[in-house]
Design a protein around this ligand. Structure first.
Ligand SMILES: *Cc1c(COP(=O)(O)O)cnc(C)c1O
Length: 804
């Protein structure tokens, strides 16, 4: 949209005065944010309405991306840039005596996700809007997002994330679009042989819509998040009047607990009944809403697949398959066969992990009680599938049991998702190959055409254009701004790789970002870091497979080396960690304590003359990532090969000119293909070697320790009082490494040390380093989620672009 600066200033002053009831000089930062965000939402409303009208008029196919998490972060900057008024607003505010950057930093992150999976969902919404694809999000409006992490005495302590405490400016509550979701009850059959439920406990699902703004294309799509409310007539007034004052509120409390808080587990399934309620809650509400708006078009229900795609992001929304079947059969009167045919065409599924602890399974007992009709339908899907398997495998009952959706009293949600979708995709080439050839090989054999790869991506507008404005300006100065619409244009930068002026500018920007991060570290951690040191960053969820332990053991080794020889020629390093651990994941939390303990010791040891600093930044989140990533020299992507399905942090760092130290895991494989062996620092076991070690059962950690005195020394230091008087403190980490090193930390240690030596040498050669940075930026365009989404749209959803 276009707006004059003076018009904006008048609008803003009016809004600020009205909202705050103060003279503008007396307003708080929050008032200023609230007024600006409210104004921006007003500005974009007509585009929002028009976008929906356009989709309705053209009867465009709508994509609904179902996800139990959307890790969106802040909206204000993204929306200002998207509607094309950032510069005018910035200038206007300045003239009024306000600073846009300061106002932007007031916004609370919308942190309704744990990590990569939720961030991917948010990025996909951004790309769908930017590409004019009619695509919307469907999820849960948690009252509390992922916990806020504080580090107290070196330990992680969790605090509730009360992100709705101040008003959420972006959302609109749509009470008229509320639907009922039914739990429990008895399945009955009527005189026509139709199934229905009686005696259920209904919950009201109320949608809150948030605009998802495209990039300068007048498109505004919708993220619809559902909130659980007690149905008014259900509220127990009789109890209330009988004096059971407290009991009267119990029901309300129970119902509203469904959308109260996000489960804080990344790649781990807790199997709690409340989680199952959350899943059915948003799936049922979302599907009902979709069917309702489809039916308004007056098109027969058996043609719905031409107008609607439902994407199942990991298995949490897999019940969408059964919910569609329920509505088609019980309400729309379709036959099982017809309903199944349509459901398959509507649904598609993304697999995100092969970690066994993350695979969702439900006990038949609790499932059947909570969702009796949905259970019946899954049973019938399973019965028919098993019958097919029985024929295919020549009555081999073991094979049937292996692949059954329900087996041994357990419902396997991944199998339901595969059987009930027309498309099953992995999230990086390696991951998809592992699915096809190993983890899901049997399913691949039966349904080869369903399986496909869609390598994850990131939105380059958030992670480069908005998070790193100085780098963006340099890029645009050399190659123009075509890269903002199509990130593949970043390749043009290769032309300037030998241009010394360009190299200088890249270096200056990185230094500026490092200086800013150093200020942040000083302010938050009280640690003064050397801004000329290598900023080596390991930021992602804390998990054993992501191997923060390998990183900190290597830091301890470097420290030991310096203690032995303080005058060693040594490129100063700043090792920066940021990671939340799931609150119940004990070893992960001890790893945080270990990092902080090592940090305290090293940071305060005068003998090593500030050559190493270790910093743990608390509360890793989207907005912290936006500060951290542009300031990174070295990106740590060191998961045990085969364990990280894709990773997306790896892509963000690369795009901001960091050099990656990596195992050949997930999308690191594709980063390597893009930049070539000289521009990424690889180490560690290959996929084949990992599988061989697992299969042979002869991995011997003691032999590795015996041969490597560096490793022996750091391992001893975990429990000999070197780090802490409490010698038991890190026993669990020691034991897991020495006696049960399932993530091959010790096996990869030597190779990791050598990789870091290579990093040091490359960094000393300034020109070589800058060229590596430039090549990484220039080749990062293929990891734009725009590219990923175009592949989903043509290869899975058959959705068209609907530009204005
Ligand atoms: C990108 C991102 C992640 C995912 O990081 P990985 O390195 O791919 O695990 C997690 N959390 C936040 C806040 C992110 O922005």
């Amino acid at each position: 949209m276009g707006i004059l600066k003076d018009t904006f200033k008048i609008d803003y002053v009016k809004k600020l005065t009205n909202k705050s009831g103060e003279d503008i000089e007396k307003t708080s930062n929050w008032d200023q944010y609230n007024a600006l965000a409210s104004l921006v939402r007003e500005y974009l409303t007509s585009d929002w309405v028009n976008t929906n009208d356009r989709y309705n008029e053209k009867k465009s196919k709508q994509v609904y991306y179902f996800s139990i998490e959307f890790l969106t972060g802040r909206f204000l900057l993204n929306n200002l840039v998207g509607i094309g008024i950032k510069n005018i607003v910035e200038k206007g505010l300045k003239e009024l005596g306000f600073d846009l950057e300061e106002i932007i930093s007031v916004e609370k992150d919308q942190g309704l996700g744990n990590g990569g999976l939720g961030r991917l969902a948010a990025g996909f919404l951004d790309s769908m809007a930017a590409l004019s694809i009619p695509g919307h999000g469907c999820g849960i409006r948690y009252n509390y997002g992922l916990f806020e992490q504080k580090i107290i005495d070196g330990y992680q302590v969790e605090f509730p994330d009360a992100w709705l405490k101040d008003r959420n400016v972006w959302e609109i509550k749509k009470l008229d679009k509320a639907v009922e979701v039914h739990f429990y009850g008895d399945v009955r059959i009527d005189s026509n042989g139709k199934y229905y439920l009686e005696n259920t406990s209904p919950v009201l699902a109320v949608p809150y819509d948030t605009p998802i703004v495209g990039y300068k294309n007048d498109v505004v799509n919708t993220l619809r998040l559902w909130s659980a409310q007690v149905i008014n007539k259900e509220f127990d007034f009789s109890k209330f009047s009988r004096g059971e004052y407290m009991n009267a509120f119990k029901k309300k409390y129970d119902v509203e607990s469904i959308s109260q808080v996000l489960y804080p587990n990344d790649s781990y399934d807790e199997g709690k009944i409340l989680r199952l309620k959350q899943e059915y809650f948003f799936v049922s509400a979302g599907v009902q809403g979709i069917i309702r708006s489809f039916k308004k078009m007056g098109i027969p229900i058996n043609k719905i697949y031409d107008y609607v795609s439902i994407h199942i992001n990991d298995t949490h929304p897999a019940m969408a398959i059964a919910e569609l079947m329920r509505i088609f059969i019980d309400i729309e009167d379709l036959s099982w066969e017809e309903a199944w045919d349509i459901t398959l065409k509507v649904c598609s599924y993304t697999n995100h992990t092969i970690l066994s602890e993350a695979l969702e399974c439900w006990h038949v007992g609790i499932f059947k009680e909570l969702l009796p009709r949905i259970f019946m339908i899954i049973e019938e899907i399973n019965r028919r599938f098993c019958k097919d398997l029985f024929d295919i495998y020549n009555k081999d009952q073991n094979k049937v049991n292996d692949m059954a959706i329900i087996s041994d009293g357990i419902i396997r949600m991944a199998y339901l998702a595969i059987v009930g979708s027309h498309s099953v995709n992995g999230v990086a080439k390696l991951h998809t190959e592992i699915l096809k050839n190993k983890e899901l090989h049997d399913f691949y054999t039966i349904f080869p055409a369903k399986f496909n790869n869609k390598t994850n991506g990131i939105t380059h507008r958030r992670w480069l254009l908005n998070a790193n404005p100085d780098l963006s300006n340099v890029i645009t100065k050399y190659i123009g701004d075509y890269w903002v619409k199509d990130a593949l244009n970043l390749r043009e930068l290769i032309k300037y790789i030998d241009d010394e002026k360009f190299q200088d500018e890249i270096e200056i920007v990185k230094q500026k970002n490092k200086d800013a991060l150093a200020d942040y570290i000083l302010e938050h951690n009280g640690i003064k870091v050397n801004t000329k040191s290598i900023f080596d960053v390991h930021a992602k969820r804390l998990h054993e497979y992501k191997r923060q332990t390998l990183n900190i053991l290597h830091v301890m080794f470097l420290y030991n080396k310096l203690l032995k020889n303080p005058d060693l020629d040594f490129v100063p390093r700043t090792f920066i960690f940021a990671a939340k651990a799931a609150p119940s994941y004990y070893i992960a939390k001890q790893t945080i304590k270990l990092i902080n303990t090592v940090g305290d010791k090293i940071n305060n040891d005068k003998r090593i003359k500030d050559k190493i600093k270790v910093v743990f930044l608390e509360n890793y989140s989207v907005s912290l990532a936006e500060i951290l990533i542009p300031a990174t020299d070295v990106s740590e992507q060191i998961s045990t090969t085969t364990k990280e399905a894709s990773g997306t942090g790896n892509m963000k760092f690369m795009m901001n000119g960091a050099v990656t130290i990596a195992t050949l895991d997930g999308a690191n494989v594709e980063i390597h293909e893009e930049v070539g062996t000289d521009n990424i620092v690889l180490f560690g076991l290959t996929e084949e070697e990992v599988y061989e070690l697992y299969e042979k059962h002869e991995y011997n950690t003691q032999a590795i320790i015996d041969e490597d005195p560096r490793l022996k020394e750091v391992l001893d230091q975990l429990k000999n009082g070197f780090l802490s008087e409490d010698k038991e403190l890190f026993q669990i980490i020691y034991d897991s490494l020495v006696y049960n090193d399932e993530y091959f930390v010790l096996k990869d240690f030597d190779s990791y040390v050598k990789a870091h030596e290579r990093i040091e040498n490359y960094y000393l050669d300034r020109e070589r380093w800058l060229k590596m940075c430039i090549i990484n930026i220039a080749h990062s365009g293929v990891f734009s989620s725009d590219k990923t989404i175009l592949e989903y749209a043509s290869g899975i959803w058959e959705a068209q672009r609907v530009p204005k």
